[in-house]
Design a protein around this ligand. Structure first.
Ligand SMILES: Cc1cc2nc3c(=O)[nH]c(=O)nc-3n(C[C@H](O)[C@H](O)[C@H](O)COP(=O)(O)O)c2cc1C
Length: 199
């Protein structure tokens, strides 16, 4: 419970590199996640190229500016503009997680009527990686303010791979037990009971 309460999405990173052994453990643990038909559809791309990182930063900044326009004229506009919504510049490690939509493993089990189960499997891997990272004091930030097709093209991945997440990984500058969006006045956590139903 303590780990889950303290996990946090991190956008402010210290400059310290993540030891290679930790990165190896994060990926190893992620790959222990459950997956439909045991298909293990996750594909991890570790970003090494400075040029591609720069292109990703420019792309996400551009998408973020477009997203901000949606709030223009609203009270939220200024709050949105002040939010830090990615640590792509600072994070020592960037990891793109893709889903292989046609994996050989699993032989199609469980995806005839629900192909999206492949993508859900990738999300379980991401959450496993996230918790594994936090156990080691490493922070993870999920970036989704992007055009998946543009990021796929930048990373030059096979046509059957769809983008699930772009993750920033590194040591957090600070630790918090409340979400940044809560602290910045964007969105409070709401009562669980409002989200539990019975039929
Ligand atoms: C699918 C997904 C996409 C997200 N995309 C972004 C993002 O683009 N930028 C960002 O700052 N946070 C992003 N987040 C993090 C959420 O804002 C964060 O999880 C939420 O505010 C709760 O905070 P906490 O994770 O610290 O508990 C994303 C989280 C998820 C699960």
């Amino acid at each position: 419970m303590q780990l889950l309460r303290w996990r946090r999405d991190v956008r402010h990173f210290a400059p310290d590199a993540v030891p290679e052994q930790d990165m190896h453990e994060l990926l190893t643990c992620a790959a222990l996640a459950p997956s439909v038909g045991n298909s293990q559809p996750w594909r991890f791309v570790r970003l090494r190229s400075v040029t591609v990182r720069d292109a990703l930063v420019a792309h996400v900044d551009e998408q973020n500016a477009l997203a901000a326009e949606r709030y223009q004229g609203q009270e939220r506009y200024e709050t949105y503009r002040k939010l830090k919504l990615h640590g792509l510049r600072e994070a020592p490690e960037l990891l793109a997680v893709f889903c292989d939509e046609k994996p050989e493993a699993g032989h199609g089990l469980g995806i005839a009527t629900m192909p999206e189960a492949l993508r859900y499997s990738c999300v379980t891997a991401i959450h496993t990686l996230w918790l594994t990272a936090r156990l080691r004091g490493i922070g993870v930030g999920w970036v989704s303010i992007l055009d998946p097709a543009a990021v796929r093209a930048m990373l030059d991945v096979p046509a059957d791979w769809s983008l699930i997440a772009l993750l920033c990984i590194g040591f957090p500058q600070d630790e918090f037990d409340t979400p940044e969006l809560e602290r910045q006045g964007w969105q409070l956590r709401e009562p669980l009971l409002d989200r539990v139903f019975e039929r």
